[in-house]
Design a binder for this molecule. Structure first.
Ligand SMILES: NC(=O)c1ccc[n+]([C@@H]2O[C@H](COP(=O)([O-])OP(=O)(O)OC[C@H]3O[C@@H](n4cnc5c(N)ncnc54)[C@H](OP(=O)(O)O)[C@@H]3O)[C@@H](O)[C@H]2O)c1
Length: 328
C-alpha cells in the first residue's frame, strides 16, 4: 500500500510516499481503507525526531486520525461490518491506504460529513471533548478560555463549549483567525502578541473581575502566569499543548489562594482501554451534534498524499485555520 513515510528526521524533504506492507487485522482489530487522514502538530514533531511513536505504534508512517471504510475484521472484532463508514484515532500510521486499529478506537461517521470533513474530526473533537468535560468538568453556564482559538482543537473546543451553554473567551496571535472563529462559537476574542497578560486583563475587564472557570491551554509555558491570573476561584487549567514551550515558573500562592486545579492531558500515549472510553464518550456526546450540524469540522485545506511536504509546511508556518487533510 502507499503511505507517507518519514525517511529520516529533519525537514519536510524527509517525507516520502512509498510502498509499504499492508497491515493485517487480527484479534479485536479492524483494517480500515483510509479515504482521508488529517495532519497534527505531533506529525511535525515526529518528523523532526522530537516525538517518537509510542511502543507498539507504527514507527515511521505518521497519522493519528483518519476516516474510511471498514475493510477487514479480526477474528474477535464484533462491533463493525465491512463497508461501514468510520473515523477514529491511532497512535500512528494513518497517513496510508490502510490502517489497523482496535475496534474500540472507531466511531460511525454521520452521513452529512464528506471524507475530508470526517477526517478533520477525531483528534480535534476527542481531545477537546475530553479536555472540556472529562478532565475539565465543564458545567452549563461556565466561562471557558481557549488559547490558539483558530487551531483544529481550539475550534472544536469553542463549538463544544458553546453547545454546552458556556461563554467562550479565545486567543490567537492573528486577528483574522479570531474573526473567523466567531462563526465557530467564539464570544470574546483577544489578540495576544508578545505579552500574554493581555488575556488576563481582557478577561477581568469583560467578566467584571470574575474570571473564567476553565482554560483549555493549547499554547503552554509562556501563558501560565496569565492563565492563573485569568482563572476564577476554584478554576481549572488543562494543559493540552506546548507550542510555546513546556517549562514555566509557577506561583504556588496564586494556585493556593484561588484553590485552582492544574491538569495535563495527552491522548496519544493512553492505553487502548483509556482511548476506548474517550472514543465512546465522543460517539455518544459529539457525533450526534455533528450529525445535526450543531458543531462542524473546519477543513482548512486538502492535499493528496504526495502533497504531505506542502501540508507540513503550511502547518509549520501557522497558515492553517482548522484542519489540514490528506486525501488518500
Ligand atoms: N494533548 C493532546 O492529546 C493533544 C491532541 C491534539 C493536539 N494537541 C496539541 O494542541 C495544540 C493545537 O493543535 P492543533 O492541531 O489544533 O493545531 P493547529 O490547528 O495547527 O493550530 C495551531 C495554532 O496555534 C497558534 N500557535 C502556534 N504556535 C504558537 C505559539 N508559539 N504561541 C501561541 N500560538 C501559537 C497558531 O495560530 P496563531 O499564531 O495565528 O494564533 C497556529 O495556527 C498543539 O500544541 C497540539 O500538539 C494535543
Amino acid at each position: 500500500m502507499r503511505a507517507v513515510v518519514i525517511a529520516a528526521h529533519g525537514g519536510v524533504e524527509n517525507l516520502e510516499v512509498r510502498e509499504v506492507a499492508r497491515p493485517a487485522a487480527e484479534g479485536d482489530r479492524v483494517r480500515v481503507r483510509v479515504m482521508a487522514a488529517a495532519l497534527n502538530r505531533a506529525d511535525l514533531l515526529q518528523r523532526r525526531g522530537l516525538y517518537p511513536a509510542p511502543a507498539g505504534a507504527v514507527r515511521d508512517v505518521p497519522g493519528l486520525e483518519f476516516a474510511g471504510e471498514v475493510e477487514q475484521l479480526g477474528g474477535e472484532a464484533r462491533a463493525w461490518r465491512a463497508g461501514q463508514r468510520v473515523f477514529g484515532i491511532t497512535a500512528g500510521g494513518a497517513q496510508a491506504e490502510y490502517v489497523v486499529v482496535p475496534e474500540s478506537a472507531l466511531a460511525g461517521v454521520p452521513d452529512n460529513l464528506s471524507w475530508a470533513e470526517a477526517a478533520a474530526v477525531p483528534e480535534a473533537f476527542i481531545t477537546a471533548h475530553d479536555a472540556l468535560f472529562t478532565q475539565g468538568g465543564l458545567t452549563v453556564g461556565e466561562r471557558v478560555g481557549v488559547h490558539a482559538a483558530g487551531s483544529g482543537v481550539g475550534l472544536a473546543a469553542l463549538q463544544l463549549a458553546r453547545a454546552a451553554g458556556a461563554q467562550t473567551f479565545g486567543t490567537a496571535r492573528t486577528a483574522a483567525k479570531l474573526e473567523r472563529a466567531r462563526g465557530f462559537g467564539l464570544d470574546e476574542g483577544v489578540v495576544v502578541g508578545e505579552e500574554p497578560r493581555v488575556f488576563a486583563d481582557a478577561v477581568r475587564e469583560r467578566t467584571g473581575g470574575a474570571g473564567v472557570n476553565l482554560i483549555v491551554d493549547l499554547v503552554g509555558a509562556s501563558y501560565l502566569a496569565a492563565n492563573l491570573d485569568a482563572l476564577a476561584p476554584l478554576g481549572r487549567l488543562i494543559f493540552v499543548g506546548t507550542m510555546a514551550g513546556s517549562k514555566a515558573e509557577l506561583d504556588l500562592r496564586v494556585v493556593m489562594r484561588k484553590r485552582l486545579r492544574l491538569r495535563g492531558t495527552v491522548l496519544r500515549a493512553r492505553s487502548t482501554e483509556e482511548k476506548a472510553r474517550a472514543v465512546r464518550l465522543f460517539a455518544e456526546q459529539v457525533v450526534p451534534l455533528l450529525a445535526r450540524g450543531v458543531v462542524r469540522p473546519t477543513v482548512d485545506s486538502v492535499f493528496d498524499l504526495a502533497g504531505a511536504r506542502a501540508a507540513h509546511s503550511r502547518m509549520e508556518a501557522n497558515e492553517n485555520f482548522g484542519k489540514i487533510v490528506l486525501k488518500v
